[in-house]
Design a protein around this ligand. Structure first.
Ligand code: C2E
Ligand code: CA
Ligand code: CA
Ligand code: CA
Length: 278
């Protein structure tokens, strides 16, 4: 009986979050949605944890379905990766994020725009050239764009990813290790990739003020990152306690619902006004 219970035990958070009970999205639906411009970025602010100043935004995919409403990425990114549609999705997201970055910069808002990359994209022949053509077309500088890659995916594909990442870094793109602390990478593996930023996973950030072990891991990751001269980012800051703890731990940049939820591009100026008044 115990064995049965153990077999069905699932670690918390292991099951994908379901937001509704509608049937899963199909490959065909996503293909059409991408062509129709239904997949758009929402932007979540990344702010300086001391001054509160806006430093950048992260682009997060949202599928604006005409009948079902907004579909979150957890419901279609895994399918996109299985079917290969992720390559088109990455390009669609990049095009919009770069065009938005150019608009913001032309209005004097010099913030970095981060884009999530699937590890699969790093293996596409000609991927680097495609991105370079795109930044030329949109007249943005590579150093205004940050590419976020999850720690787990980097480790799994290090051989393939390394060359592509090194070339992107040489061109000036920022490279961020996403979800740090969940991927079991070794220091040796990470040291081989020219990262510029380390994003501590939400599970360390949110639990840290009540759990000493998490706090110790968090602090040592921050210490290591700053010695490697990486920009440190804490994601998933939800409470004022989280914020203060990260501030005291010397983290540079914060992101989370406490500061702002992801929002459409046109809401950013209004948020910024209210944020500065605080
Ligand atoms: P991620 O890159 O780790 O992004 C952070 C996720 O945490 C986002 O969920 C964001 O909305 C959410 N979040 C931000 N602040 C808080 C907070 O304070 N508390 C909590 N509980 N959550 C917070 P979202 O937008 O649903 O995205 C989920 C994942 O889907 C992303 O995780 C990323 O891995 C993937 N994803 C999203 N957009 C893209 C994309 O354009 N391309 C690729 N390849 N993956 C994407
Ligand atoms: Ca991310
Ligand atoms: Ca993350
Ligand atoms: Ca994540």
């Amino acid at each position: 009986k115990l064995l049965g219970a153990l077999k069905t035990f699932k670690a918390p958070g292991a099951a994908p979050k379901r937001y509704d009970n509608s049937p899963p999205m199909t490959e065909q639906e996503l293909t059409q949605a991408l062509a129709a411009g239904e997949v758009i970025p929402y932007y979540q602010p990344k702010v300086d944890i001391r001054s509160g100043m806006l430093k950048g935004v992260e682009a997060l995919a949202r599928w604006m379905h005409p009948e079902r409403g907004m579909i979150p990425p957890d419901r279609f990114i895994p399918m996109a990766e299985q079917t290969g549609l992720i390559h088109e999705l990455t390009l669609v997201m990049m095009r919009q994020a770069m065009s938005q970055a150019a608009t913001w910069h032309s209005r004097g808002l010099a913030i970095k725009v981060a884009i999530n990359l699937s590890p699969l994209s790093l293996e596409v022949p000609g991927f680097v050239q495609k991105i370079l053509t795109m930044i030329d077309e949109h007249e943005v500088d590579a150093d205004q764009i940050v590419l976020e890659i999850t720690e787990s995916s980097v480790v799994a594909n290090l051989g393939n990813a390394l060359g592509t990442l090194a070339r992107l870094r040489l061109k000036g793109f920022g490279l961020s290790i996403d979800d740090y602390g969940t991927g079991f990478s070794s220091m040796q593996q990470l040291a081989r990739i020219p990262f510029t930023e380390l994003k501590i996973d939400r599970s360390f950030v949110h639990g840290a003020h009540s759990r000493k072990n998490l706090r110790v891991i968090l602090q040592s990751a921050l210490d290591m990152a700053s010695r490697l001269e990486l920009v440190t980012v804490a994601e998933g800051i939800e409470t004022i306690e989280d914020w203060r703890l990260l501030q005291d731990s010397g983290c540079a940049i914060g992101q989370g619902y406490l500061i702002a939820k992801p929002m459409p591009a046109n809401e950013l100026p209004t948020w910024l006004k209210g944020h500065h008044r605080r």
